[in-house]
Ligand binder design. Structure first.
Ligand SMILES: O=C(O)C1=C[C@@H](OP(=O)(O)O)[C@@H](O)[C@H](O)C1
Ligand SMILES: C=C(OP(=O)(O)O)C(=O)O
Length: 438
């Protein structure tokens, strides 16, 4: 062990290592990004609707709680197939409220623009690290659109939004290079502003563009006119948001560790209900894992990955799919040729500074890693056991358990942090690795 002396880690979790190549079929919970968009749009819609098979994890429960605190009804209901749904009924938003953002970017960014439509003062705060995550550009844009914000000059949490019941809206320029969620947030609320919104981005390229396409697609499904013809500009026409029942797809980003289980063990993993067409960036895993030497097939809604004898390194720009970086970096550390992961400077503003965290923790287990301003270079090395720190980041925990597939005695700190986007991840992971929950 090469651990430096540091604070003791509570309950590090022994990452399970399979004895033989696995052969598993896995069904995943719903998408965080789709669930939280569906909830926001249902809350500002022109009637009641149902969010079917939503993700119920910390991020989405926080979103449901935020919308309830404004005066929206979000109730459990059973579907015909026995699965749990959420019935959402828009309400009168006429009260002061407190919103806990936890560590959810979607709550901190998507809720303030709709609070402009409420009558009341809403105070926002979150986990300690949430106060470091970027939101200032978005608050400034909201101010320019006519929403009164009080952030005490911090350009970060905690802040208060003073809703007056309507928002003028109009044209606004924003630097969204820190997060695509700034743009998605303004678009989600924009149809309900008096003049709609016309958002123009100026600055370094906007990351995670598939997530903006997801927003645009969901708005159009609800009858909202969106012009996204020109690059770096999105215009939402004013008008009603139609109430639409929505089926939430499985979370394809959370598929990453499970597909990695096939990839890293030379085994076979099938994820069920993989959508044929999707805006989720996790769909890119099909191409990425193919480049790493896996055999990847999508047939009748089943995505199957068969791992190679030896994983190949990759040279990838992950700018559009930054949230996949921790899982891919872990796989790269198990590959037998070098990898370069580029274009993800913005993930330094995610749940933790993911570039530094990955360089530190992969390095702690013996990986040969160079931290770059916008990514990581990873060369083959012999890894060893040790404690993998997760910095309250669910996707760091995914990286840790992936390493544990191929390295003895990997302990993952705070495995419960995975509850941000995946209920009972540890049990689902043990089940997938060993074929039985333990
Ligand atoms: O809109 C969304 O649902 C998301 C957008 C992306 O954020 P960034 O653009 O900040 O990377 C992504 O990383 C995050 O996990 C979810
Ligand atoms: C960046 C992420 O989350 P958030 O929605 O909190 O930004 C993520 O889930 O990888």
């Amino acid at each position: 062990m090469t651990d430096q002396p540091v604070d003791p880690i509570p309950d590090p979790w022994p990452a399970p290592r399979p004895h033989d190549p696995v052969d598993r079929v896995v069904s995943l919970p719903g998408s965080k990004s789709l669930t939280n968009r569906a909830l926001v749009l249902a809350a500002i819609a022109d009637g009641p609707s149902v969010v079917r098979r939503p993700l119920r994890s910390r991020d989405t429960l926080l979103m449901a709680a935020a919308l309830r605190s404004l005066g929206t009804s979000v109730e459990d209901t059973d579907g015909d197939d026995g699965s749990g749904h959420w019935a959402v009924t828009p309400g009168t938003w006429d009260r002061d409220a407190d919103v806990d953002c936890g560590l959810a970017g979607t709550v901190m960014r998507f809720v303030p623009p709709v609070v402009g439509l409420a009558r009341g003062t809403v105070a926002f705060d979150g986990d300690p690290h949430m106060r470091q995550r970027p939101v200032g550009q978005m608050l400034a844009a909201l101010g320019a659109l006519g929403v009164r914000i009080d952030d005490g000059g911090r350009e970060a949490l905690p802040f208060a939004v003073h809703g007056t019941g309507s928002v003028p809206g109009g044209t606004v320029t924003i630097d969204a290079s820190a997060s695509s969620q700034f743009v998605s947030a303004l678009l989600l609320a924009g149809a309900r502003y008096d003049h709609g919104v016309d958002v123009r981005h100026v600055g370094k390229p906007v990351p995670s563009l598939p997530h903006i396409e997801m927003t645009v697609q969901m708005l159009r499904q609800r009858g909202v006119a969106v012009d996204d013809h020109d690059p770096n500009r999105w215009a939402v026409a004013p008008g009603p948001v139609k109430a639409v029942d929505d089926d939430i797809e499985p979370d394809l980003s959370n598929a990453a560790p499970f597909l990695a289980l096939g990839a890293a063990t030379g085994g076979r993993v099938t994820v069920t209900d993989w959508p044929a067409l999707t805006t989720q960036p996790g769909d890119e895993l099909r191409e990425i894992l193919t480049l790493m030497g896996c055999e990847v097939t999508l047939a009748d809604g089943d995505l199957t990955v068969v791992g190679p004898d030896r994983l190949q390194g990759v040279d990838l720009d992950l700018h559009d799919v930054g949230e996949l970086t921790p899982a891919i970096a872990a796989l790269c550390a198990l590959a037998d040729s070098p990898s370069h992961l580029r274009g993800v400077a913005h993930i330094r503003g995610h749940e933790t500074d993911r570039i530094t965290a990955l360089a530190t923790e992969l390095g702690r287990l013996g990986a040969d890693v160079t931290e770059r301003e916008d990514g990581l270079s990873i060369r083959p090395a012999t890894l060893h056991g040790g404690t993998f720190r997760t910095y309250a980041d669910h996707r760091m925990a995914h990286a840790g358990v992936i390493l544990g597939l191929a390295v003895d005695d990997v302990l993952v700190e705070d495995i419960a942090t995975t509850s941000k986007t995946f209920p009972d991840f540890a049990a689902a992971w043990s089940d997938a690795v060993h074929g039985t929950s333990r």
